[in-house]
Design a protein around this ligand. Structure first.
Ligand SMILES: [Zn+2]
Length: 218
């Protein structure tokens, strides 16, 4: 699997610095576990963090130190996506990313999914900061159009969907700003399962989904 959509460079930097809310950090960890490009970006960001720590006693960076830091910052930007790289092989029956397996096991079908509306089921994963859940969208289903009051990070774990931003398959991450309004729809014959972290509730544009929101903890 070579993901085509990655977390923003700033999200990877915050992840490396350990400053993301845990729901969002879990999604980044799942993506990084299958994306060599982002593994490298995180390793470089950690290196940059260490470098900055070492510079701490001096208030001003020397010219040389500044140049080194800028070099490192440049290298944190993800590479072009066309580099085909091997990623760590996942275990057989490994639909569920490694960072979630101790909690969820290996099979989506053994989870106690809760029906939300026809065609959509969810499974809430406890988190201390933000909300983390799995969403299972039946083939041929569209989510209600919505925007966000905070950040949302979504990783596709099974199947695929398309929205205004493109097509997202297994391993891909959508890193959404609050301004983005979108309407994801599954686009193959199989269910699409996504891992979604939000740091604030979604904001529905239409009245009915808005009324349903409290019932479904969307
Ligand atoms: Zn990536």
């Amino acid at each position: 699997m070579t993901p085509h959509h990655h977390p923003d460079a700033s999200t990877l930097m915050s992840y490396a610095a350990g400053s993301l809310p845990d729901a969002i950090a879990t999604v980044v960890a799942c993506h990084v576990s299958v994306c060599e490009q982002c593994q490298e970006a995180v390793a470089e960001a950690e290196q940059l963090g260490r470098f900055l720590m070492e510079q701490q006693p001096d208030a001003e960076l020397s010219k040389d130190a500044r140049a080194k830091m800028l070099d490192l910052l440049d290298s944190v930007e993800p590479d072009t996506p066309d580099t085909e790289k091997a990623v760590e092989p996942r275990e057989a029956n490994g639909d569920i990313p490694l960072p979630l397996r101790s909690y969820l096991g290996t099979s989506f079908d053994s989870l106690r999914w809760k029906a939300m509306v026809p065609g959509m089921k969810q499974f809430i994963i406890p988190s201390t900061q933000g909300q983390l859940r799995l969403l299972r969208i039946a083939s041929g289903t569209s989510m209600p159009i919505h925007s966000h009051t905070g950040s949302e990070l979504t990783m596709v774990l099974k199947g695929s969907y398309s929205d205004e931003l493109g097509r997202f398959g297994v391993g891909d991450v959508a890193d959404l700003d609050p301004e983005i309004q979108h309407q994801p729809a599954t686009d193959t014959h199989e269910d699409c399962i996504c891992l979604i972290a939000t740091d604030a509730p979604l904001k529905f544009t239409k009245l009915v989904p808005r009324l349903l929101q409290p019932f479904f903890r969307l």
